[in-house]
Design a protein around this ligand. Structure first.
Ligand code: TYM
Length: 336
């Protein structure tokens, strides 16, 4: 039945505790596609090792990210939830696409530039070719649409260029994917400590991020400490980056527009506003936290989901893989 459906693919790195940026920019939107599309949601552990990880922590976070997918509403019966390194086609196609991706293109990637600045002692080749592996993730399943936050737009454009280049050389091989980025400001949630910087799960300053799994009191405390400006009006005006970010977060959790928020907080000051943002966020995430805890206590169920996801994704990847192998001129694989 799914063969008639268009494909959606997205991934999250298990490289830290997920933030409300990951939630509002990406994961919260994933479930909307489950009925109409064939959806693959992947925990991209191969991407995570482009930055040095503690192995035990990486393993734990891989389970946690998968459990969070489910806790955020992704039904394993309706979506293929799986771990990237369980399907060999990702690395295999990643290598092939490396050979169709230009050094100049990779050098222009802002994520590479940012991460090399942060990890000066480990600017490895994987960090550089990361976007070709990401293209492989997407193209392996003939994906039409990729829901992501706006920080991934440049990588998506590169994936499209790689697909078009490959198709140009060998004839139609890959579907050229489209990014799906929220039109609302939640496509880019900013740091609470430095509101001109993206909120990032690997930020070392705990006050900069709100984690999906933070307890209510922690969430409220973090919003209380959020950096704003010296004014007192809750309005989306130039230069009020901190307030605009809090308005985006409040709007995303309550469904209210900027105008509605401005009206609601007229004459009420920042303290009051921050408390309401904290409460809206904590209350919206409470059921996710509860469900997450329940799932983490049911390892057998998670293992079942992981095994089923790996099997389905592997099976579905074979067609593209064999097509690509043939097109580039590899001889048939021996059967053993
Ligand atoms: P990652 O793990 O950094 O983030 C996962 C998703 O969360 C979004 N996101 C944000 N959205 C709004 N505001 C923020 N502050 C914020 N921070 C993160 C990201 O845009 C992303 O959608 N390269 C990807 C993972 C990946 C992938 C893929 C995604 C690997 N292969 C194939 C899509 C398709 C990444 O590092 O995401």
């Amino acid at each position: 039945m799914y063969k008639d459906k268009k494909v959606v693919f997205s991934g999250v790195q298990p490289s830290g505790q997920l933030t409300i940026g990951n939630y509002l920019g990406a994961i919260k939107n994933f479930a909307e596609f489950s009925d109409e599309y064939r959806c693959y949601y992947c925990v991209v552990d191969e991407h995570a090792i482009t930055v040095r990880q503690n192995p035990a922590e990486l393993r734990r976070r891989t389970y946690e990210t998968l459990a969070l997918y489910i806790a955020c509403g992704l039904d394993p019966e309706k979506n293929v939830l799986f771990v990237q390194s369980h399907v060999s086609g990702h690395a295999e196609l990643g290598w092939i696409l490396d050979c169709y991706t230009m050094f100049g293109e990779l050098s222009r990637m802002t994520q590479f530039k940012d991460k090399s600045k942060k990890n000066t002692d480990n600017i490895n080749a994987g960090l550089f070719t990361y976007p070709a592996l990401m293209a492989a993730d997407i193209l392996l399943y003939q994906t039409e649409m990729v829901p992501v936050g706006s920080d991934q737009k440049q990588h998506l454009e590169l994936a499209r260029n790689i697909a078009e280049r490959f198709n140009g050389i060998y004839g139609e091989t890959f579907v050229v994917p489209e990014p799906f980025i929220n039109k609302t400001p939640s496509a880019r949630i900013m740091s609470l400590a430095e509101p001109t910087k993206k909120m990032s799960k690997s930020d070392e300053n705990e006050n900069a991020t709100v984690r999906i799994l933070d307890e209510k009191d922690v969430i409220i405390k973090k919003f209380k400490r959020a950096v704003t400006d010296s004014g007192s009006e809750v309005r989306a005006l130039d230069g009020k980056d901190g307030i605009i970010n809090l308005m985006s977060i409040y709007g995303a959790f309550t469904g209210k527009s900027f105008e509605e928020i401005e009206r609601e907080f007229e004459g009420r000051g920042y303290g009051d506003f921050k408390l309401c943002v904290g409460e809206a966020c904590a209350d919206a995430l409470a059921p996710v936290r509860e469900e997450f805890k329940r799932l983490m206590n049911d390892k057998a169920y998670l293992e079942d989901v992981i095994a089923k996801g790996a099997m389905e994704a592997y099976r579905d990847s074979l067609k593209t893989m064999s097509k690509v192998r043939r097109k580039v001129g590899f001889i048939e694989k021996p059967r053993f």
